[in-house]
Write a protein that binds this ligand. Structure first.
Ligand code: HEC
Length: 204
């Protein structure tokens, strides 16, 4: 017969028994943070969705689309020139037509550092006998003040004055400058003659 060992030895300690332990607070926090980070990362990668569905669609750059040429005044001026505005007479190559339309390529009229005269020519037009770098002309250029805005005139002049292929290197013309000249000449009713234009101070 077997006796209860505890009863046989009353000094013996009781057997260890499992008790309920509380989960440490720090561990709960760490687990929650892990869960949050995992969920966030998962979401960033698109979750269960295919990346092509999940990521916002962006068209790849089109290799056949020419890159936007010079924006700004020069680029805008190129468009104005070819609208057709100036190109009709001065031609795509800018050299005009002998005896009819003078050249803008290297023309001393167009490449003056100060643009006061060319702005006036474009605003109110030009007519009668004139000399363009030794070649005589006696035609009429139409006024543009009612057709083009200050910005468009500034742009087209910036373009022709700086046309790289023609070798022109005159500084740009700002819309503010065109606006100021337009204001000064607003009483003018007729086109300029070359003689009148020569009396104008280019810096004015
Ligand atoms: C209808 C045709 C015609 C158009 C359009 C025209 N021009 Fe002219 N342009 C002429 C003629 C003609 C002359 C010479 C006028 C003369 O003989 O007195 C001239 C002269 C000039 C001159 C001075 C001479 C020179 O060669 O440098 C400039 C600058 C000029 N044009 C710029 C322009 C610009 C910029 C435009 C566009 C906004 C333009 N023209 C549009 C016919 C035209």
């Amino acid at each position: 017969m077997s006796a209860d060992p505890n009863k046989l030895n009353p000094n013996r300690e009781a057997e260890p028994t499992a008790t309920k332990t509380v989960l440490p607070v720090w561990l709960v926090c760490v687990l929650l943070m892990l869960l949050f980070t995992a969920g966030w990362t998962f979401d960033q990668d698109g979750g269960w969705f295919d990346a092509r569905v999940y990521k916002p669609f962006k068209a790849p750059p089109d290799p056949y689309q020419p890159p936007a040429v010079d924006a700004g005044l020069y680029g805008m001026g190129e468009k104005v020139y070819n609208k057709p505005t100036c190109v009709a007479c001065h031609q795509p190559h800018g050299k005009g037509m002998p005896g009819q339309f003078p050249s803008l390529v290297g023309s001393s009229w167009i490449t003056e550092p100060e643009p006061g005269r060319v702005i006036r020519i474009v605003l109110d037009g030009l007519q009668g006998p004139m000399d363009v770098d030794g070649l005589p002309f006696n035609g009429a250029m139409v006024p543009w003040k009612d057709v083009l805005t200050d910005e468009e005139i500034a742009a087209v002049l910036t373009y022709v004055r700086g046309q790289k292929e023609w070798g022109n290197k005159a500084p740009e013309v700002t819309p503010e400058r065109v606006k100021a000249v337009r204001e000064k000449e607003k009483a003018r009713k007729q086109s300029w003659t070359a003689d009148e234009i020569k009396k104008v101070n280019p810096a004015d």
